[in-house]
Design a protein around this ligand. Sequence first.
Ligand SMILES: *Cc1c(COP(=O)(O)O)cnc(C)c1O
Length: 392
Amino acid sequence: MKKDTKIVRAGRSAKWTNGVVNPPVVRASTVLFDSVSEMQHAAANRANQVPFYGRRGTPTTFAFADAMSELEGAKGCYVYPCGTAAITSAMLSFVKAGDHVLVVDTVYEPTRDFCDKTLSRMGVSVTYYDPMIGSGIEALMRDNTSVIFLESPGSLTMEVQDVPGICHSARQKNSDVVIVLDNTWASPIHFQPFTYGVDVSVQAATKYVAGHSDCMLGTATANARCWPTLRENSYLLGQCASPDDSYLALRGLRTIGVRLKQHQRSSLTVARWLAERPEVEAVLHPALESCPGHEFFKRDFLGGNGLFSFILKPSSPRALTAMLDSMVHFKMGFSWGGFESLILANRNVASQRTVTHWPYQGPLVRLHIGLEDVDDLIADLQAGLARYNEQQ
Ligand SMILES: *Cc1c(COP(=O)(O)O)cnc(C)c1O
């Protein structure tokens, strides 16, 4: 089956849908049993999607989990109330006091904070590594390295990692190490983590999966080796997601293929336009050659999306503020992956990494290119850069 067909079919087992197209929203804490034997059957199979108690899930969350498993090619999927909960639970499932973890230097800031503040408090040490490390990862592994965390591309600075290269060399050194990837940028359809050697793939389903900026949700999918441990530890941590949000995410997922095509086309148009502008120092878009790791994007990814960054030449904060304050379509916000365009400026990239050199002096601007007409978006940026130049 091709990708677009899979997106339409994933998770739509009659067991969950009861014969209609979408699964109903089943809100439940208590599951009722009529007999002792039914209750015993549910208890014995509670880890395998037999309705047991609300925290284990309802048909709505099971349908969404199945869809994500099928699309990412996993053994199983656990659903969390947000992407951050998926990240922290995935890591906590595979570390113990005294362990060491390797985390990419370009990681999403809250993931870094969790490592520095929570994992370190629990006696787990963290080493950050260069996103471009490739097979050099082996040299950083210690006898007690239990988890290697990747995020490709980095969601702020867009470095694309050599995921198969890292997985292969890490596995040669220690076949038990657990490799976790934040796969949010690619979504479940543009990078197939398990074929490249990843063990656990995390999605902030809040972004492109839900796709409409109206709910928070996370998923972690795993291969056969890691699935039982991930599932049981996530359950022990009390993780569970609402059926309403799972429904919204599943509904969003059905259109992810066409949405991403449009996001990708428009974002490339805008990125190429920006690359020609005199105010712009560099464009960091995985589908363009100027982006670190572009060769891995070309080799491993099935497509792109609307999220990329660019660097302005050094300028006064006033100029940037003048640009951002009056944007019409690009509103400021911390998220991305919805149907709407967004803009965000960051002057502190250098202080958010510890082992890689950040070569730029000017501010980084991250854009999410939404589904608006691309001509309107370019006109908005053009007017913004005119205000920017007036204030220089
Ligand atoms: C947004 C985001 C997360 C966190 O997801 P939430 O649902 O906001 O908790 C994790 N990783 C990346 C790359 C993200 O962009």
